[in-house]
Design a protein around this ligand. Structure first.
Ligand SMILES: Cc1ncc(C[n+]2csc(CCOP(=O)(O)OP(=O)(O)O)c2C)c(N)n1
Ligand SMILES: [Mg+2]
Length: 694
């Protein structure tokens, strides 16, 4: 069928026309940008078309409808596939997370600006930029992991908010993934978890095109994917021809009919290489086709060879009559039902509205613990568990768990009714992620973009296992809370395999991420308050296994100073210190002790508690100077971590007490002496920096 700008077509021809429009938009955008992957969108166009046009319950004019189906393109390099769909379906852009505008999320102009500065069509889909992009993908495997979190979120929302005759939540999550996604470990962890949890609202569509960037997939990938997923407890079905819309429709129907487990649809496809002569070559497909190849390909599709960014007449209308009409009708019915629901269940309605806006309920901070002075004190993981349990009773959608360390992380919600999130009882607030840190991190991101307030726990050292997900939460500007306990060599006997050294500086290096290492029980409560009030990025709580003294707040400044990142805990007379001692976490009390002893020697020390660099950097210069006066250059930092970066706070004359090697397996008291985290060491460093500053 030849196409011109005026062609009028109907029926099955419209399917082909629409699919080829997706393909040629991808080809043209990649060609103009002179970078990107045209092949994957070309191969996947019918698969995505069959889903969007005939199955997806999505209202392009209401893209934040809470009960919309979610579409995740885990194969983020195929971004043009998603942009073309968003354009053709007419999805509207949302402002400030809540306000649907009349602007298209992806206009044709934006497609022409693919991969350009400031466009809504970056190289890989970014959810904070483009409405309709449900989660940011690009690092392969992450979208798969996110989709499991989205499926968890839907099950939780349904169990929590649905009422007889009011099925407020019953949406599904569809994820397109490729060979790369399925090779990545995170997708295996996530699939295992999804199978265990029997998440029947989850459908992965595997683009089995037998090719990856370097060449044939068989060079590195020969496992039996279908058998593997059967082993995970998934329903597995196959579509042997990606261009067969009927077979695709049957596969989606199979998914919808499967009520007891997730579904994997294996779709045998051919990646688009352009014209047939290129078809079997192992030529790289992660690049533009080139002008000549673009022509040949278009000729092959029966497309005008010279037309660029052509959307033939009838295509947009076709989408409007398909996904558009279905979505609009379903959304309208839902709104009607919801209005009655809101009348009958005003409390639930209020909660759902707050969640959508990422706001906290009234009284969210009531009954928070407050800890009396205690020289023996308690571990910050302990006080953390108490603060979390109080907050979670006030914020019903604070939901999370641990990667099999709940008892160590103290992240278990223990109050009446908290319950476990388990197959068939999806209203529980405690999720057992199992020993799957990476999938946990990815799932937390998926829960967060679904507007829950998720938290997850593991040992701080194993933040390495989920670090990619922290980075993505930061990029996506989505508020996930990580509880990292066993924060240093202070964990003792487990030894250097478990003792974090470089994790603090490494995570402080991630933009838009708040790292908090509170110094005593009352700072922990304040840290949790910061965490739940943060709405546009991840917060990492770094907590100790060992007890730390609870400081006497009648003698020292209040712990609320934590919200400024750093504050003067104890000052020298007249605010004129000879030296400033800066501590974080468990080392704060070392600084306090050292200051007391220095005082007896006639040296006036100021103690600064600095639980968060990021929060401190947000303060104005006056405040910063009031905490660290430029005139006082004798400064000591104390932190059981690689001290990388502390130079900026202690200055050229300052001293940094930190870790310069791995730790060791021994009782904590012995490690403390061995690695020099003692009051005497702080005093010696203070003397040294005072001498250097004179
Ligand atoms: C974690 C990660 N590693 C590497 C890449 C780079 N990369 C992008 S696409 C791709 C090929 C993946 O092959 P497949 O998933 O089969 O996609 P196809 O080439 O079939 O579209 C690679 C390696 C990436 N995006 N993410
Ligand atoms: Mg592939």
């Amino acid at each position: 069928m030849a196409v011109s700008e005026q062609t009028v077509v109907t029926g099955a021809q419209l399917d082909t026309l629409s699919i080829n429009t997706i393909r040629t938009l991808a080809i043209d955008a990649v060609q103009r940008a002179n970078s990107g992957h045209p092949g994957a969108p070309m191969g996947l166009a019918p698969v995505a078309y069959a889903l969007w046009q005939n199955v997806l319950r999505y209202d392009p004019e209401g893209p934040i409808w809470p009960n919309r189906d979610r579409f995740v393109l885990s194969a983020g390099h195929a971004s043009m596939l998603l942009y073309a769909l968003l354009h053709l379906a007419g999805v509207r852009q949302v402002k400030n997370d809540t306000e649907v505008t009349n602007d298209l999320a992806v206009s044709l102009e934006e497609i022409k600006r693919f991969r350009q500065l400031g466009s809504r069509t970056p190289g890989h889909p970014e959810s904070h930029l483009t409405t309709g992009v449900e989660t940011t993908t690009g690092p392969l495997g992450q979208g798969c992991g996110n989709s499991v979190g989205m499926a968890i979120a839907e099950r939780w929302l349904a169990a929590t908010f649905n009422r007889p005759d009011f099925e407020i939540f019953n949406y599904n999550i569809y994820t397109i993934c490729g060979d790369g996604d399925l090779m990545e470990g995170v997708s295996a962890e996530a699939a295992s978890l999804a199978g265990h949890l029997k998440l029947s609202n989850l459908c992965w569509i595997y683009d089995n095109n037998k090719v990856t960037l370097d060449g044939p997939a068989e060079w590195s990938f020969s496992e039996d994917v279908m058998t593997r997923f059967v082993g995970y407890g998934w329903n597995v079905t196959r579509v042997s021809d990606a261009n067969d819309l009927e077979m695709l429709a049957r596969a989606y129907r199979t998914f919808l009919d499967t009520k007891d487990r997730p579904t994997l649809i294996v779709v045998d496809s051919h990646i688009g290489y352009g014209s047939p002569h290129k078809h079997d070559s192992s030529e790289a497909h992660g690049e533009p086709l080139g002008e000549e190849e673009v022509r040949l390909t278009k000729r092959n599709y029966g497309w005008p060879e010279d037309a660029k960014f052509l959307v033939p007449e009838g295509v947009k209308e076709h989408f409007r009559d398909g996904i558009g009409k279905r979505g609009r009708d379903l959304h309208a019915q839902w709104k009607k039902m919801y209005a009655d629901y809101a009348k009958q269940y005003p409390q639930q309605d209020e909660q759902l509205r707050l969640m959508q806006r990422r706001e906290l309920p009234n009284g969210w901070d009531k009954n928070l613990p407050s800890f009396p002075a205690d020289p023996k004190g308690i571990a910050t993981r302990e006080s953390g568990g108490k603060a979390l349990n109080a907050l979670a009773q006030n914020i019903p959608w604070l939901v999370g768990g641990s990667a099999d360390l709940g008892n160590s992380n103290k992240t278990t919600l223990k109050f009446e009714g908290a319950g476990n999130f388990a197959p068939g009882s999806y209203g529980g607030r405690n999720i057992h992620f199992g020993v799957r840190e990476h999938a946990m991190g990815a799932a937390l991101n998926g829960m967060s973009v679904s507007k829950l307030r998720p938290f997850g726990g593991t040992f701080f050292n194993f933040s390495d296992y989920l670090r990619p997900t922290i980075r993505l939460a930061a990029l996506m500007e989505t508020p996930v809370i990580h509880v990292f306990t066993h924060d240093s060599i202070g964990l003792g006997e487990d030894g250097p395999t478990h003792q974090p050294i470089e994790q603090l500086p490494a995570l402080r290096a991630v933009p838009n991420t708040i790292v908090l290492r509170p110094g005593d029980a009352n700072e922990v409560v304040e840290a949790w308050k910061v965490a739940v009030q943060t709405s546009h990025g991840p917060t990492l709580l770094v907590l100790s296994r060992q007890a730390v003294p609870t400081l006497d707040r009648t003698k020292y400044a209040p712990a609320s100073g934590l919200s400024k990142g750093a504050y003067v805990l104890a000052d020298a007379p007249g605010g004129r210190p000879d030296v400033i001692l800066i501590g974080t976490g468990s080392e704060l009390s070392l600084c306090v002790d050292a200051a007391e002893k220095l005082k007896a020697e006639g040296v006036q020390a100021r103690v600064v508690s600095m639980p968060s660099w990021e929060l401190f950097e947000k303060q104005d210069q006056n405040y910063k100077d009031s905490v660290l006066p430029p005139g006082v250059t004798a400064r000591v930092s104390v932190e059981m971590s690689m001290p990388l970066g502390w130079e900026r706070y202690v200055g050229p004359k300052g001293e940094m007490i930190g870790m310069h090697s791995f730790g060791a397996s021994a009782p904590w008291k012995d490690l403390q002496k061995h690695f020099g985290f003692t009051t005497d060491a702080v005093i010696a460093a203070a003397r040294k920096t005072i001498a250097a500053s004179k």
